[in-house]
Design a protein around this ligand. Structure first.
Ligand SMILES: Nc1ncnc2c1ncn2[C@@H]1O[C@H](COP(=O)(O)OP(=O)(O)OP(=O)(O)O)[C@@H](O)[C@H]1O
Ligand SMILES: [Mg+2]
Length: 469
């Protein structure tokens, strides 16, 4: 829904009244279409998407109550059964109004009402509906709200990123956030949203690597109509629709299948989409942010990622460097996290002794800020006195700090398959981790999602794993 100019279908057979009302509503910023018969109204609703329906009750062909019933019943998959409905009645016809509300109308207005009252009521219905839609999102978000949403860091790199966030927030261009696992890509995306004019709208995200098959992913993205496929028992809105007026973060974008890449490209180019199994086109009214810990230009070179899509999403690139490239952030992050966790576990305010801090700074943190944060939580849980020393650091299992160096690799003259090496590394890590995917992901410094997607890609199996549904 566009907040500024909601679209409305007015169903009214009294054309002079309809004209007057629609002119008045247009003055208030509504985009208003008029249908003079029930039949015409249902055709329009099937073909086009509206934010609100206002309908007269008595009409020659299909009356208002019947229209409400048909929409709410969900029996016609082309109709949005959740669209808010308001009925028009005359002053002395409260009984019909009540019946309409029972059938699923959100409110009624009498034809004699003054313009301000009508507008207030319509806006209230729209607002209620928006809240309803947001509810599902909020539940999602609350469940996984990051405990700390502030971006900490004083390094030159983080200062630059703060500037880029401010810059990106001022525009509408698609942002591509790249960086290793745990560097704070999602945090940056949320910060852009919060600083943007869309801050009051929803922030919606979708992890493109987390879904087991493509159809599920497409239906998460675009939603589906009732009956679009066997399990589609009811209409469902997709993330593009839920993000209306806000920001959509597409995480792990590199994992999109070629087909999904094509679909996404079309949406970005046309700024329109349809629900699966749906005929109506809906406008995309959200800012798109993509994130990935893969090297997309490399994926393009290898033909795994569409070049045209890459250029479309790489309009405003932000690279979040790994922690080992901004060691000066480690002390301030460590102090920040230990402070927070000490409070959470009701410990006295802690401090690091010098040797302990040096140790933290010398470690390479393959899991980046997330790993540091988790480590600080372990410290807070185990600390006995407020001064954190080397002993505690060792007891909490920090792998021996070592200089960061790439493993020496010799490329044979006839070349080497990166894909095969990656697979061998993944299997080796899984073996070392006792086939625990989370631990194996940590060993390789990648996200669990990325590990999952590799496991899926190569069809890796282990008897201890539960079979996927
Ligand atoms: N600069 C920072 N200041 C404070 N907290 C941070 C910072 N960077 C990351 N974090 C915290 O580290 C954790 C990981 O961050 P986030 O989820 O944004 O990483 P990511 O890059 O999206 O990781 P992935 O690639 O695994 O999706 C979160 O708890 C986040 O709050
Ligand atoms: Mg992330």
């Amino acid at each position: 829904m566009s907040v500024q100019s909601p679209s409305l279908l007015l169903i009214e057979d009294d054309t002079s009244f309809a004209e007057r009302l629609s002119r008045n509503l247009a003055l208030e910023g509504f985009r208003c279409d008029v249908a003079a018969t029930g039949r015409d109204a249902l055709d329009r609703l099937a073909a086009q998407s509206y934010d609100l329906v206002v309908t007269d009750i008595r009409m020659p062909d299909i009356d208002g109550l019947e229209i409400i019933r048909r929409i709410r019943s969900g029996s016609d998959p082309r109709l949005d059964s959740t669209i808010p409905l308001v009925v028009l009645t005359s002053v002395n016809d409260v009984r019909t109004a009540v019946e309409a509300m029972r059938s699923g109308a959100a409110d009624y207005i009498t034809k004699e009402s003054e313009r301000p009252e009508i507008v207030v009521r319509l806006r209230r219905v729209l607002e209620q509906n928006r809240l309803l839609n947001e509810n599902r999102l909020l539940r999602d978000q609350l469940a996984r709200a990051t405990e700390f949403s502030e971006i900490i860091g004083r390094s030159e790199a983080m200062r630059r990123i703060q500037e880029e966030i401010a810059h990106a927030a001022g525009g509408e261009a698609t942002v591509l956030i790249t960086g290793e696992t745990g560097v704070g890509k999602e945090l940056v995306a949320r910060a852009i949203h919060r600083a943007s004019p869309r801050a009051d709208g929803p922030f919606v995200d979708l992890n493109c690597a987390a879904l087991p098959d493509e159809n599920l992913l497409l239906s998460e993205l675009f939603g589906h109509e009732r009956g679009a496929f066997t399990d589609a028992k009811a209409m469902k809105k997709g993330r593009f629709e839920l993000a209306q007026g806000g920001t959509l973060l597409l995480d792990e974008i590199s994992d999109l299948s070629p087909n999904a890449q094509g679909k996404l490209l079309r949406v970005i180019e046309t700024r329109q989409f349809s629900r699966l199994g749906g005929l109506r086109t809906l406008d995309v009214d959200c800012r798109i942010i993509c994130a990935t810990n893969a090297d997309l230009s490399e994926a393009v070179a290898q033909g795994r990622f569409r070049e045209d899509l890459y250029y479309r999403i790489n309009v405003f690139p932000i690279r979040v460097p790994p922690l080992r490239e901004r060691v000066e952030d480690i002390p301030i992050l460590a102090r920040y996290f230990i402070q927070q966790f000490a409070e959470k576990y009701r410990r006295p305010a802690p401090a690091f002794d010098e040797a302990a801090m040096q140790m933290l700074c010398a470690y390479s943190w393959p899991g980046n800020v997330r790993e540091l944060r988790n480590f600080c939580e372990r410290l807070a849980i185990r600390m006995k006195n407020p001064l954190i020393d080397l002993q505690l650091i060792a007891a909490c299992g920090l792998p021996e700090a070592r200089p960061v160096a790439a493993a020496p690799v010799n490329i044979p003259d006839d070349g080497i398959s990166l894909d095969r090496m990656e697979k061998e590394l993944v299997v080796a890590a899984l073996e070392k981790a006792g086939w625990n995917q989370k631990r194996a992901a940590q060993l390789l410094g990648i996200s669990v999602d990325r590990m999952n997607s590799r496991v899926k890609k190569w069809g890796l199996r282990h008897p201890t794993w539960k079979v996927h549904k």
